[in-house]
Design a protein around this ligand. Sequence first.
Ligand SMILES: *Cc1c(COP(=O)(O)O)cnc(C)c1O
Length: 469
Amino acid sequence: MRYISTRGQAPALNFEDVLLAGLASDGGLYVPENLPRFTQEEIASWAGLPYHELAFRVMRPFVAGSIADADFKKILEETYGVFAHNAVAPLRQLNGNEWVLELFHGPTLAFKDFALQLLGRLLDHVLSKRGERVVIMGATSGDTGSAAIEGCKACEHVDIFIMHPHNRVSEVQRRQMTTILGDNIHNIAVEGNFDDCQEMVKASFADQGFLKGTRLVAVNSINWARIMAQIVYYFHAAIQLGGPARSVAFSVPTGNFGDIFAGYLARNMGLPISQLIVATNRNDILHRFMSGNQYVKDTLHPTLSPSMDIMVSSNFERLLFDLHGRNGAAIANLMDTFKQGGGFSVEEDRWTEARKLFDSLAVDDAATCETIAEVYNECGELLDPHTAIGVRAARECRRSLATPMVTLGTAHPVKFPEAVEKAGVGQAPALPPHLADLFQREERCTVLPNDLKQIQTFVSQHGNRGKPL
Ligand SMILES: *Cc1c(COP(=O)(O)O)cnc(C)c1O
């Protein structure tokens, strides 16, 4: 499989190189040159497969030529073996034909484990073959950092540096990162905000001299491997609900448009998905596009669903690329316009095309809490605020009651006790057994000033299993 850039100017890469790349050299994002397509018979024959075996069948074409079948099978069995639920991604019924796909049974209790547990193992596999080491630098406002650290902790060829804003992540989120100890794991609490952290990661990708030749790898959702891993659970859910003979609809709590883009790809690979709902919080740039063809930057509003607090959705460029007939020059133009003026619309027929599949809703904090309480009172299920936004959008935007509606359950409610308390449905739930002693564990973290030079010096001093590069 070959991968091309959404801006049309960077060289095509194979899977291995895409795994190790960040942005393409022209500023674009990598996407498969040709999407694999499965027949209805093929998809039907996958009913009843364990999750890792389904994952092998769905993802095999994407890694073809880079990772041998036997190796890939073994990696997938290990990856999904660490999940705390035997079904890996169980479906829970809320109502007649309404479901939540629970994606929070991984080590860090959010859906990001599906991709980052795999990414760490794939990196180590490829790097040991090449005899190389890499450094990962990432910025997190919470979920990505812990999932990336958990995914890389056993990697022999990776040193990972995760920056979080000092004193601005919840205690559970901080401890999920800082209590994972290893000489290749480096938590940096930056005396600044999330955007400061993000900016320093970007600046480090742009000028890598301080790494003395060691390659820098991205773990945010611009990394293709993350999107790839998320395609699998759409198949997993739809097949259980009667697919491919029957269509299924999905509602997806969305920030960077990564998770829902995976659903769009699943449909283009042959899975009958009749509707995809973009569910945002008050940071609603995607909702404003889907409902009114306006992609315009707004200021950032902190909400009860912090993992979706974004101003710009990085993966949206991947959808725009398809909407524009995969014309890289057109995307480069649009993105330039966006950078200069802060907004754009697309031609009416392109927008109409998107609206055949996508609907959207923006849900504010009050409606989020209302939905947590509503669902709890209806069936005793306690939703996290991100999932609640998905359920709310599913209920308001649903096109057909006869089609099963699946909301992606993106996080466990224990990670977001504030929303649960505000919803007034009693005590926040207890930590699951594998995290029960989280508050007693030893923490390791370095506090550094909001200063690029000092961060980069720290990385070069510790980037080789804690020793200088
Ligand atoms: C990251 C995250 C999201 C948003 O996912 P995107 O792929 O960025 O759209 C939603 N919910 C939770 C709990 C998350 O951690």
